[in-house]
Design a binder for this molecule. Structure first.
Ligand SMILES: Nc1ncnc2c1ncn2[C@@H]1O[C@H](COP(=O)(O)OP(=O)(O)OP(=O)(O)O)[C@@H](O)[C@H]1O
Ligand SMILES: [Mg+2]
Length: 299
């Protein structure tokens, strides 16, 4: 909408995890190295955590783009993106579907069981190993998995030959995932994590480069878009969370475009940041449906 007015060929601040826009802060660079190194070197279990909107999914996608095909090819990657409410069997079904394992034979006349999926998966992974191919299971948003489903993931890491792990497993999620992994019943899984990284928020000094990079990838020039000093307002508003920076930038550009302001003055960024902060505060103080019901029951 406002793109061409600011010299952009496409939106610079979408909230999709598009790896083309990745800007490597120190923490993002380390996260990317951990993912690429862990997968290529077949480290077994890899853990990547970070706050909401920190850039975990973007890093996963960037790692998959960067790992050369001789180390990882797409059919050999199972990426589970939606983990909400999955039980152990659902998880196995999804993994087999993602690896495109078909023709799973039930051992009994009943429905397919956990064992049937595990047998099929093991056979598939042995075939991949024979072909010299690295099979990778990526579970994003793993903080939503129940302890039982996480334990199922650990059992998958037992699929191995005498000398090699058959499956590389990458778990990514919000900080609650670390808390789950700290539970005594998951200590076996915790101990298997070979390599890990926590994605930190961007620092104040990172914001200018972050904004500049995204604008340049979209085909523009920073100086045509924001006035000096805007980056500091973005940091104060977002605490360094990239998704919040993008949301604010998009709103600011839309408003500035309607007022025909180019480059965008700092005062307008401050105004929009205040408005967004007020909306967020109002939303979080508004009782949720569940909260209302709970209060209703008490009375
Ligand atoms: N290092 C980065 N460089 C460029 N853009 C980034 C970076 N980190 C995050 N972003 C952008 O921030 C937004 C949120 O990123 P992403 O969806 O990867 O976060 P997330 O950590 O997976 O969030 P959630 O916890 O909600 O799943 C996306 O638009 C993404 O492009
Ligand atoms: Mg994500």
């Amino acid at each position: 909408m406002y793109e061409s007015y600011y010299g952009l060929n496409e939106p610079a601040f979408a909230v999709t995890p598009d790896p083309r826009f990745l800007w490597l802060s120190e923490t993002h660079e380390e996260g990317l190295s951990v993912l690429c190194y862990g997968i290529v070197r077949r480290k077994g279990f890899i853990l990547l955590t970070g706050e909401v909107g920190a850039g975990k999914t973007t890093l996963l996608r960037a790692a998959l783009d960067r790992i050369p095909v001789e180390f990882l090819d797409f059919p050999e990657t199972a990426m589970i993106l939606n983990t909400m409410g999955l039980n152990q069997l659902d998880l196995l079904k999804l993994i087999c579907a993602e690896f495109r394992i078909t023709g799973i034979q039930p051992q009994s006349a009943q429905q397919l069981t956990t064992a049937d999926y595990l047998i099929a998966l093991n056979r598939y992974l042995l075939d991949r190993l024979r072909d010299g191919v690295n099979a990778v299971l990526i579970i994003d948003e793993a903080q939503n998995l129940s302890p039982a489903a996480l334990e199922q993931v650990r059992l998958l890491s037992n699929l191995e030959t005498d000398t090699q792990k058959l499956l590389q497993i990458v778990l990514t999620g919000q900080p609650e995932l670390r808390q789950s992994l700290g539970r005594p019943e998951l200590r076996q899984l915790r101990q298997r994590i070979a390599i890990e990284h926590h994605v930190e928020p961007l620092g104040r000094g990172d914001i200018l480069s972050y904004l500049r990079h995204r604008i340049e990838v979209a085909g523009g020039q920073y100086e045509d878009v924001f006035c000096d000093g805007a980056d500091s307002v973005f940091f104060d508003f977002s605490g360094g969370c990239p998704r919040l920076i993008n949301l604010l930038a998009d709103r600011v550009l839309l408003s500035a475009f309607s007022k025909k302001l180019r480059p965008v003055p700092v005062a307008l960024v401050e105004l929009k940041a205040k408005e967004m902060a007020a909306t967020t505060a109002e939303e979080s103080s508004r009782p949720t449906r569940r909260g209302k019901r709970r209060r209703g029951r008490k009375r």
